[in-house]
Design a protein around this ligand. Sequence first.
Ligand code: AMP
Ligand code: MG
Length: 344
Amino acid sequence: MDTLIIKDINSEALETAGEIIRRGGTVCFPTETVYGLGASAYDEDAIAKIYEAKGRPSDNPLIVHIPDVSEVYKVAREVPDSAKKLFEAFAPGPFTLILKKNPEIADRVTAGLDTVGVRIPSHPVARDFLKAAGVPVAAPSSNISGKPSPTKAEHVIADMDTRVDAIICGGASDVGVESTIIDMTEETPVILRPGGITPEDIKRVLGDVKIDRHVLESVNVKEQPKCPGMKYKHYAPDADVTVVSGKIDATETKIAELVAKDKQAGKQVGVLARCDKGYNADCFIASGKDNSQLARVLFDALRQFDKENIDTCYVQFTGDDGISLAVKNRLFKAAGNKVIYTEE
Ligand code: AMP
Ligand code: MG
């Protein structure tokens, strides 16, 4: 299909995008977390197009986006006080609340579940687009299933041109990893996926929050899985990814050693680390001074390594600041849990 590429973002262009949604089409749009691939959450046929464009398994539900908390009942039938408190504290922002579903939401959105993810993005283009659409917009990340999520318009065009009706080209996503997902249907809320709103942020508002076992398992595996790349691989580039975790000095020494060995074996090697300590990598990408900056560049860097035909890459992971659980979760999945711990 012909894809309308919207580079000049103005109210007329966003109105066109909104109309595509109302007519049952698909539109990719920027948000502060990653780019989304949206369709009307009320339209079963439109939702089917999302799964097809991404090659996404149909049992993996989608998050529904609205421009303002006043529209939450269009998506959810119950909003507990704890959810209202989180919306008040952090909306619009990089988090998704799992609530009881409004029956008007298409069953394909929630893969048959009685619950639905609700998100209010803060990105001004996303909000204006959602207002123009006038209906709740279901949207997963706009990448081919299994690939790193898109954080720049060029990533979306690479994956989705000819597969969707329109792509709105905003700038680079500010947070860079997907929203924090919090299940509000349990007595104590549970983080199902870590993101830009941290466990500490939520505890400050609600007093308590649990973290789902799967989040912790995916970041705590200290051995190579029996079948690397099978069970956990996600967000994965073609290059082989290894995380080197620990203190700054020890990880730098280890990466230098690994790069030298791989170069000798004739491999094309990539490094994503805080600074270039003369690694002699074929492709070095700076990850910035903290994990918020690493979050912002991570998916772009993984795609960059593929563009440069890198065979194997090393990512330095260090520190324990706010967003580190989210970064660790994505990074370890991208690496299929191939992690070298230098010291802890
Ligand atoms: P994506 O939008 O590509 O980041 O994927 C959305 C994520 O939200 C997936 O991991 C889904 O499994 C999760 N999700 C969406 N709706 C629900 C729900 N009702 N209950 C639990 N998880 C959900
Ligand atoms: Mg995704």
